[in-house]
Design a protein around this ligand. Structure first.
Ligand SMILES: [Zn+2]
Length: 263
């Protein structure tokens, strides 16, 4: 997936391939200046947006893999946020908490079953409830496996339903996480700061925020536009409606963003 950015010296538009680290060391092909673009976005968001773009472009089957990966990375995001939240303010501070987290995650990073175990416990400890969403049915495991591992060609409506389910689950957990998500944000900022400190002289740092399907939630807005008035409860949206509405509201932003380089 790539995104458009502008050279800070000559303003020429540059297409950049999104990196795994969200840090992009670049040099302008026109004026030669060097710059570094930091994108404030998490892996689960990038993957979900990638899936949404694939879906909008008619690549429904390909979208499934991105949505499935997005959910797995979201669980990692949740566990990280919770672990850092718990350790915030303890001796050694954020740096020590982050180091302990990284060392711990290494034990589970190559096995998604282990990560699910971490997610189950993190949710139980944080919310005091059973993680009701971890059943194969709720996660759409059978559908995902058929598509990814057995070459099943899904109908568009099946992929829409799967996307809606993943979207609703991530959205719900983001709401529950609330301010807790800040700790995971901070971890990304720390990684950026370390890279920034090591940049050679003469390299311009550029920080970017991009549109995305979960952006409104992360910046304290509400999905579906207006906040409900006090005392008036908005009729609840089902999963399909919530996803369809987010797609209507934010899908065009993703599309505009992608197309700005094609002008
Ligand atoms: Zn330039």
């Amino acid at each position: 997936m790539d995104f458009p950015t502008a050279c800070p010296a000559c303003h020429r538009e540059v297409r950049v391939e999104f990196t795994d680290s969200a840090v992009h060391d670049l040099s302008c092909s026109q004026c030669g200046s060097r710059f570094c673009v930091f994108v404030r976005k998490h892996k689960f968001e990038v993957l979900f947006d990638l899936g949404t773009r694939a879906l909008m472009d008619g690549y429904a089957r390909e979208a499934v893999a991105s949505f499935a990966a997005s959910l797995e990375r979201f669980f990692e995001f949740y566990v990280r946020a919770y672990a850092l939240e718990r350790q915030a303010g303890t001796e050694g501070g954020f740096g020590a908490a982050l180091k302990a987290w990284e060392g711990t995650w290494r034990h589970v990073s190559s096995q998604s079953e282990r990560q699910m175990g971490m997610m189950a416990l993190a949710y139980l400890l944080r919310e005091g409830r059973e993680p009701d969403f971890l059943t194969p049915k709720a996660l759409g495991v059978d559908f995902r496996n058929r598509v990814i591992h057995r070459g099943y060609l899904p109908r568009r409506e099946e992929v829409d339903a799967y996307a809606a389910r993943v979207f609703a689950l991530i959205d719900r957990l983001l709401v529950e996480l609330g301010e807790g998500a800040v700790h995971a944000e901070l971890a990304q900022e720390q990684a950026f700061a370390a890279h920034l400190a090591a940049l050679p002289e003469g390299v311009t740092a550029v920080f970017e925020e991009h549109p995305g399907m979960f952006r409104a939630r992360r910046f304290g807005g509400t999905l579906g536009g207006k906040r409900a008035l006090p005392g008036k409860t908005a009729p609840p949206l089902n999963d399909a409606q919530a996803f369809a509405r987010a797609l209507t509201e934010r899908g065009p932003l993703l599309a505009t963003f992608r197309k700005s380089g094609e002008r």
